[in-house]
Design a protein. Structure first.
Length: 205
């Protein structure tokens, strides 16, 4: 079991990164809440990891904090929740926000995450309520006051950043039409792909 990795961030394309650990490149999938914490390329980073082995694939998942990995592990223990859905949930919500939604039994909010139907949301509430109640809710999204006031179309934005953001949302389980609509809704000048993803996810909850 690989529990933690420290290496140089060689590549990053949400939600995947390549981590160079003494010449060995590890491909990891990260929830966006951990992706936002990454340093610039060629900088050192330490990530807590969870290794998933299936008949058709072997995948390594990375997390900035142990609490994120703990929630991920609890999520995939829940019937109907696999690693991909766990990644989508942790991308849409921080541990604190997820805990808040679970404790308040906000099923309707959970079902806004792609892949989470009403039955799955209700199951999550039943199985996880109380396990994260000590978590304190905090907003991990960019404060709106830091964003430019204008809202141009995608054509006026950095097209590459917009396309990267849309691709990342699709990889997290959102439909292409939903992803494009969400990115257009939060389109602002001078935002990179990670900021666009962050704001798009916020707008869909």
């Amino acid at each position: 079991m690989i529990g933690r990795l420290t290496g140089i961030l060689a590549e990053k394309q949400p939600p995947e990164i390549l981590l160079d650990v003494h010449g060995v490149g590890y491909e990891l999938l990260l929830p966006m809440t951990s992706f936002y914490d990454l340093p610039e390329l060629n900088q050192e980073v330490t990530l807590f990891t969870h290794f998933v082995v299936r008949e058709d694939a072997q995948q390594l998942y990375g997390f900035s904090h142990k609490a994120d990995r703990h929630l991920f592990r609890e999520l995939i223990k829940t019937n109907g929740v696999g690693p991909k859905l766990g990644l989508a949930i942790l991308s849409a919500m921080s541990v604190e926000e997820f805990s808040y939604a679970i404790e308040r039994e906000e099923v309707s909010k959970l079902t806004k995450i792609p892949g989470v139907g009403k039955k799955t949301a209700e199951r999550l509430v039943v199985e996880l309520k109380g396990k994260f109640k000590d978590s304190v809710q905090r907003d991990f999204f960019i404060e709106s006051k830091t964003l430019p006031s204008s809202s141009p179309t995608l054509e006026k934005m950095d097209n590459m950043a917009a396309q990267d953001a849309i691709a990342a949302l699709i990889a997290l389980g959102y439909k292409a039409s939903e992803a494009e609509k969400a990115v257009k809704r939060v389109a602002k000048e001078d935002l990179n792909s990670e900021q666009l993803i962050r704001e798009a996810l916020k707008s869909m909850l």
